[in-house]
Design a protein around this ligand. Structure first.
Ligand code: LIP
Length: 281
């Protein structure tokens, strides 16, 4: 088992170089036509050939650089590894933004101790890079969070009615109806809402103080593995359902004091899965 203090900088260097190479492929592809290659969980949950090509590049590079580590990617799934480490990869987070040419999408690469299970992994290093802007967020466990070479910190806690809150919506219409009703109840209680379309960049926005909080349901491990580490290393709390770590059921990230204020409100307005006790119907 590799200790993060010993391996962190090396793992971060690998994550950064591979993410930047994938970002170059993505931004070059975006100069031309981009088309939907397939639909996944619904007709609006799409994948492009660029997603697939970027993940293939990342998986190949990691196999060269870290041959004994495991891999878990959005497009090609999981595989192998004898080192006890797993690379958790979203080659293009915010695929719909990428497809439409909205310059707010990211290559997200994290490496964790354990399997790609958010309830059990220990994140060691993470990189989130926006190919359209060149902004690169990074963190190693215990080493703080950075945007480029600048250290970043979560914004100080604010009152709920001063909070700028980011969120996102699922690809299934029935879930979106629940989420839309919850956001309608939240909107008059906070400064404003932002729906920017990329979970990893939403988590980095919390880390950099660009929003006060971010919450979402139905995220996949690859959506939040890197961004959650970056937010935590910037001083945010990243949590899930009451008493659980963040996972597909629910994720909330904010300054610790704002989490304490916002979590019960989100339960009250129905932002948690309807099966969860205490969530509004
Ligand atoms: C996206 C997330 C975003 C969410 C979208 C989608 P994808 O990931 O990053 O937060 O609201 O519905 O799930 O599908 O682009 O990798």
């Amino acid at each position: 088992m590799t200790s993060s203090s010993a391996a962190g900088p090396d793992l971060l260097a690998v994550a950064r170089s591979v993410a930047l190479e994938a970002a170059s492929l993505v931004v070059e592809a975006r100069r031309g036509a981009v088309e939907v290659a397939a639909a996944k969980s619904s007709s609006v949950d799409v994948v492009t050939q660029v997603d697939r090509d970027a993940e293939s590049l990342i998986r190949g590079r990691l196999a060269e650089l870290r041959p004994h580590d495991g891999f878990f990617g959005e497009e090609s799934g999981g595989g192998g590894g004898t080192s006890g480490l797993t690379w958790v990869v979203d080659p293009i987070d915010g695929t719909v933004n990428f497809l439409y040419g909205i310059p707010h999408y990211a290559v997200s690469i994290a490496v964790v101790e354990g399997e790609a299970d958010p309830q059990a992994w220990r994140a060691l290093a993470g990189v989130v890079v926006n190919p359209a802007t060149g902004e690169l967020y990074s963190a190693i466990a215990g080493g703080g969070a950075h945007l480029g070479d600048r250290a970043i910190r979560v914004a100080d806690a604010v009152a709920l009615d001063q909070a700028l809150v980011a969120t996102g919506f699922a690809y299934l219409a029935a879930t979106r109806a629940e989420q839309g009703a919850a956001v309608a109840r939240l909107l008059p209680l906070v400064r404003d809402i932002r729906r920017m379309g990329t979970a990893s960049l939403d988590l980095c926005a919390v880390a950099a103080g660009r929003v006060n909080a971010y919450f979402e349901r139905t995220l996949n491990p690859w959506d939040h593995a890197a961004g959650a580490l970056i937010a935590e290393e910037a001083g945010a709390t990243v949590t899930g359902l009451p008493g659980a770590r963040a996972d597909h059921r629910f994720l909330l990230a904010a300054h610790p004091d704002l989490v304490r204020m916002l979590a019960p409100v989100l339960a009250e307005i129905g932002a948690l899965p309807p099966t969860v006790e205490g969530s509004a119907r």
